[in-house]
Design a protein around this ligand. Structure first.
Ligand SMILES: [Fe+2]
Length: 408
């Protein structure tokens, strides 16, 4: 993929449909550049180099085997020796800070001012929290990015795992070896392990990233409505291969509003399960069957990282702002703040739309996520008063049942 080809209309990109499908594509300028009936002939058409990008071990069973074949003018092994580049804010050292089980909330993360400091996506990347070990291939990291410039003469290849990118402000023009994606706020994209990519931005931009080390992201199960549900692979779009000599199979871009969701009508939210994580979108459900407002408090055995793309989050209408985040670590109590609780326990139980105009997401993991120095202090975005949103919760217990209280 050549970034010089960038001057086409990104809004008119076409995407293939289907997550996990196999695709074959070749540049129209070089017809028949894809070898027929074999991956690596003695001589590839046009003198290209055959190169496999494997997504799983070679011997994985057919149903789990992931691989792509690319036909390149020059192979990717042609490079200078790697040299370390120091990054102040990207880390996978989880023991540098004291364990911190506190509920943590961050004010909106800062986007660097282009007048003061030019930062591209890679330079604006900082690790917020994480767990596990990239060498043992188990764990996850959460990053925040804040940037104001495009990556120039630069590409990123994540050898550790997959990236799930969630833009919150500003659209991303993502150029990969496999094609291009335009990813806007309220959409997400996945860039799999080992794929080189570069990101251009049109304006100051901010977002969240979940990186998983264990395995690739997978689609959620279809749920109780099964094969007529909307959790179907064709709802997931795959980038259109505009570029040369590729045979892709794994790549996709998914709009949140296109993703399929398991609908739990008691839960008010729809949930998509991913490997080592989940993402949910508050969804406009008109509850008609069993109305139950969720005002419970939680102490989960999982860690919950939440971000807000737009609007107000129902359980905390103030304080949790778009571009900010919260982390509730495993077994740390949390829940709706005092205002939301008091409102919810007396409001009329009628069908109503919830969380209208808002879009929140959660990365949920069974890992215990450790906070980094950047997240605790360097970014200067920790809301020190977060715990106070529960401090005015009052005692409603009088010894009488609620109905008895009404009649007394
Ligand atoms: Fe929670």
């Amino acid at each position: 993929m050549d970034k010089q080809d960038n001057d086409h209309n990104w809004e008119e990109l076409k995407y293939l449909s289907g997550f996990g499908n196999d695709f074959a594509c070749e540049d129209v300028r070089c017809p028949d550049s894809l070898p027929e009936a074999q991956n690596s002939p003695q001589q590839c058409p046009y003198g290209l180099y055959a190169e496999q990008l494997s997504g799983t071990a070679f011997t994985c069973p057919r149903e789990t085997n992931k691989r792509s074949w690319l036909y390149r003018i020059l192979p990717s092994v042609l490079h200078e020796p790697f040299i370390p580049v120091k990054s102040d804010y990207i880390t996978n050292k989880w023991d540098n800070e004291e364990p911190n089980p506190n509920q943590t909330r961050w004010k909106p993360f800062l986007i660097p001012d282009v007048q003061k400091e030019k930062k591209d996506f890679l330079e604006g990347l900082a690790t917020l929290c994480g767990a596990g070990d990239t060498r043992c291939r188990h764990g996850a990291s959460v990053y925040i990015y804040g940037c104001n410039s495009s990556m120039e003469n630069k590409a990123l290849c994540n050898a550790d795992g997959d990236f799930l990118i969630v833009p919150q402000h500003g659209q991303l023009r993502v150029t990969t070896e496999f094609g291009r994606m335009l990813v806007k706020p309220e959409e997400i994209c996945v860039i799999q392990q080992g794929m080189r990519f570069s990101i251009d931005v049109d304006q100051p931009s901010r977002g969240y990233i979940l990186e998983v080390f264990d395995n690739h992201f997978v689609l959620p199960n279809l749920g109780p409505i099964g094969d007529i549900s909307i959790a179907l692979i064709f709802k997931h779009l795959t980038i259109y291969l505009f570029t040369e000599f590729f045979y892709p199979s794994l790549f996709f871009i998914s709009s949140i509003h296109l993703l399929a969701w398991f609908e739990d009508r008691e839960c008010e939210f729809t949930v998509i399960h991913k490997y080592q994580g989940s993402l949910f979108q508050s969804k406009q459900i008109l509850c008609q069957i069993h109305i139950r407002r969720h005002v419970h408090c939680l102490g989960n055995c999982m860690s919950e990282f939440m971000g807000l793309i737009t609007g107000k989050y129902e359980a905390k209408e103030e304080g949790f702002q778009p571009g900010g985040a919260t982390l509730h670590s495993m077994m740390t109590p949390h829940g709706p703040d005092a205002d939301c609780f008091e409102k919810a326990i007396v409001e009329e139980l009628t069908p109503k739309r919830v969380a209208e105009g808002s879009l929140a997401f959660m990365f949920e993991t069974s890992l215990s996520l450790a906070l980094t120095k950047w997240s605790l202090s360097t970014c200067e975005r920790v809301d020190k008063d977060y715990f106070k949103c529960w401090s005015s919760l009052k005692k409603h217990f009088t010894g009488l049942k609620i109905d008895d209280q009404k009649h007394s």
